[in-house]
Design a binder for this molecule. Structure first.
Ligand code: NI
Length: 185
């Protein structure tokens, strides 16, 4: 089932998230719905707050990025209660976007590589080192779990330049090709 994606301005994107246990109700179904929602919107990552849930869960499938970023080939993950435990000092600046901010693309500097601990949907623990664009996707999604969005990282001037677009997202008048939930609608 395709879930509505909560857009910028919605409080849930700013709300602290909670860890979950394997007893979380209908977890498998939720994970399947999140993948379906993400694929339908042509996204490569989706965090639970973006479907209105304040829990520490995210899904990723970086495959569409593989032609440009080979490290994204077969990079499909479900991450529950993820925790980035190491980051490289080296950073890379690249443009990114977010399904909760349709039409906005800005350059963001992120660690070139990370080490992360998380549980998959079967609650098997993982400790993984991830590099390149795959690491960027994970960092972007983990940020959602902290109540942040990627434009929090851009300069005040860049944010000012996006102000009209951001207001349209909040009002619900921004162009969006998928089912979404704006504050104004
Ligand atoms: Ni996002």
């Amino acid at each position: 089932m395709i879930l509505p994606i909560y857009l910028y301005g919605q409080q849930v994107l700013r709300t602290e998230t909670e860890e979950i246990t394997k007893e979380y109700p209908n977890l498998k179904e939720l994970v399947a719905n999140m993948f379906e929602t993400m694929y339908n919107a042509d996204g490569v990552g989706l965090a639970a707050p973006q479907v209105g849930l304040s829990i520490r869960l995210l899904v990723i499938d970086g495959s569409p990025m593989a032609p440009d970023f080979p490290e994204c080939k077969d990079f499909k993950r479900v991450m529950i209660n993820p925790e980035i435990i190491e980051e490289t000092e080296e950073t890379i600046t690249l443009e990114e976007g977010c399904l909760s901010l349709p039409g906005i693309h800005e350059s963001v500097s992120r660690a070139a590589g990370i080490r992360i601990k998380y549980f998959d949907e079967d609650f098997t623990g993982h400790d993984e080192t991830i590099e390149g664009f795959a690491a960027r996707i994970v960092q972007h999604e983990c940020e959602h779990l902290e109540g942040h969005v990627f434009i929090d990282n851009i300069s005040a001037i860049r944010r000012q330049l996006n102000k009209a677009k951001l207001n349209n997202i909040i009002k619900g008048t921004a162009r969006c090709s998928y089912r979404a939930k704006a504050v104004g609608k």
